[in-house]
Design a protein around this ligand. Structure first.
Ligand code: G16
Length: 548
């Protein structure tokens, strides 16, 4: 009976979700991403894979339909593992295999994976599904659900939600509600209750004013912030902008976290008010960056590195007040500004680890600490706490050896954990955390910025024929092919004071990314252009060549 049921899989595929693309597609930095029109059959197949994964893990698996920071005509899919993490890397090759075999081979691939992992196909499993606001998402969700149904799984559709909300639901369900209630209402209640408790009665404090301008990137982040705002009431005034309707083509267009970070400029649609604290989220609300415009109308960016250092330093201080010994680590990628890394190691004296791009890598590394703070410079990150750390804090609260001041700090620490969505980077939860810290310190955005000065930095995209000709090692900081490219980069970098540069193929866009930083803006721009030109020349650049 087990094997016979796979027949439906082929029938569904052939009649409703036939493979339309010849070229192979790869499970990248954050799942599959491409033009939405090319994704119907991929979704169907991810529905199949999700059921197999769920049966293997004997747990709920999540599937998020989104292309996050990419433009509106794109879409994508990422799988969420039982504890809310991204799909385990050893299964990515299965995802890629499922996506690329012919329709008539699907049954065989299913048999292969069932045999390899000895999957009990009689398990009844649920698949949690979420989608962003892209117009293509409902029909792709339908394809996905057909895949789930073809293997007799039960799809549970959460409708339009942020990526971190879906991760949260999966974790709640699999921890039997220990982490929270797996509904949107449950999510808001948990975060807002903790936030209000931390804020207390005094909404403004020192230089801190409880008004923030929020750019929702014309996506799901602008829908959900309204629900937050209703519940936050007067204690945090979030004035939101960029809330265009679904299908207007404005998603992420000249706004949102990716635009602000990569162009280092103010988004459209948000009124420019001098010295006003502003924040932008991305298309599925898992990234956030802060910024403001000063009296001289200069733009100042507070990116993921800055958020990470703010959080790490605050947690470290608070931890000291609890008198409890827990280890704290910070995880970055090669994109982290050199000045931030120096500040963390030398000033904060917090150990830093550098890993490859992709939240999946950062999250994994962060789990090695009692308290792991991880952020990509692009604003994607969160904090994870080990169960042992949580237990230790809770135990200490009951202990007679602890003073009242220490107990107060412990209570605050535990409440802080509830504001944080530990399952994955969550723009709105991160914002509530940053606002809590700034409020507690009585800081405005300038006080925050004063911690260290970023080195000028620049991100450039280079279009090449096949981005996979670029390979890297050492957390993507060294390029291993094409032959000789790294030597060229080294000699270019050597010309500039505080110069640093690296190149890597994007896992979400069909381009090569070039990062550069140096002591001055002019040097940075020049170094970025020179390295971009080398990539163009040595890695098969197409279209107009980068100008130096
Ligand atoms: C995704 C990943 C991030 C990554 C970004 C860019 O973000 O989740 O971890 O930094 O893509 O990746 P790449 O440089 O490989 O294109 P998002 O917000 O698009 O899901």
């Amino acid at each position: 009976t087990n094997m016979a049921s796979f027949r439906t899989v082929y029938a569904f595929a052939r009649e409703m979700h036939p493979k339309t693309e010849k070229a192979d597609i790869q499970y990248g930095t954050a799942g599959f991403r491409t033009k939405a029109s090319k994704l119907g059959y991929v979704m169907y197949r991810m529905g199949l894979l999700a059921v197999l994964r769920a049966r293997y893990k004997k747990a709920v698996i999540g599937v998020m339909i989104t292309a996050s920071h990419n433009p509106e005509p794109d879409n994508g899919v990422k799988l969420v593992d039982p504890h809310g993490e991204m799909l385990e890397q050893s299964w990515e090759k299965w995802a890629t295999k499922f996506a690329n075999v012919g329709d008539d081979q699907l049954e065989d691939v299913i048999k292969e994976i069932v045999n390899e992992f000895n999957i009990d196909m009689t398990n009844r499993v649920e698949i949690f599904i979420g989608k962003d606001t892209r117009p293509s998402s409902p029909s792709l969700a339908k394809s996905l659900m057909d895949g789930v149904l073809a293997l007799s799984g039960k799809p549970v559709d959460f409708g339009i939600v942020t990526t971190p909300q879906l991760h949260y639901f999966v974790t709640c369900k699999n921890t039997r509600h220990a982490y929270g209630v797996p509904t949107e209402v449950g999510y808001y209640i948990k975060l807002v209750t903790a936030f209000k408790k931390l804020r207390g009665e005094e909404y403004n404090k020192g230089n801190y004013k409880n008004l923030i301008f929020y750019d929702g990137a014309n996506g799901v982040g602008s829908k959900k912030i309204k629900i937050f705002q209703e519940q936050l009431g007067e204690c945090l005034n979030v004035r939101h902008f960029n809330d265009a309707g679904i299908g207007t083509g404005k998603l992420n267009f000249m706004c949102g976290a990716d635009y602000v970070k990569s162009t280092q400029s103010f988004p459209t649609g948000v009124p420019v008010e001098k010295n006003r604290r502003c924040a932008s989220v991305d298309g599925d609300a898992d990234r956030i960056v802060y910024y403001y415009v000063d009296d001289e109308e200069n733009f100042h960016l507070m990116d993921g590195d800055r958020i990470a250092t703010l959080i790490a330093s605050y947690l470290k201080e608070l931890l000291q007040k609890t008198g409890i010994d827990l280890n704290l680590g910070l995880i970055q990628t090669a994109y982290a500004n050199g000045a931030s890394t120096e500040y963390i190691t030398k000033q904060l004296k917090v150990p830093v680890a550098c890993v490859s791009t992709g939240v999946k890598h950062l999250h994994h590394k962060a789990l090695e600490y009692d308290i792991g703070v991880y952020f990509e410079a692009n604003g994607h990150g969160t904090v994870v706490f080990s169960q042992a750390a949580k237990d230790k804090l809770k135990e200490a609260l009951k202990s007679e050896d602890k003073s009242e001041t220490e107990k107060k700090a412990i209570e605050r620490f535990l409440t802080l954990i509830d504001v944080i969505n530990e399952t994955v980077g969550d723009a709105i939860s991160d914002m509530l955390l940053v606002e809590t810290i700034l409020h507690d310190k009585g800081w405005d955005v300038k006080d925050w910025e004063a911690a260290y000065t970023d080195l000028p930095n620049k991100l450039v995209k280079v279009v090449v024929e096949d981005r996979n000709v670029i390979t890297t090692t050492n957390a993507e900081r060294i390029c291993t092919s094409p032959n000789g490219l790294q030597d060229e980069i080294n000699s270019l970098v050597a010309k500039y004071s505080k110069g640093r540069s690296f190149v890597r193929p994007s896992g979400t866009e069909d381009i090569v990314r070039v990062y550069a930083e140096a002591a001055t803006k002019e040097d940075t721009d020049r170094l970025a252009a020179e390295v971009a030109k080398k990539v163009y020349d040595m890695a098969g650049g197409t279209g107009p060549a980068p100008v130096i």
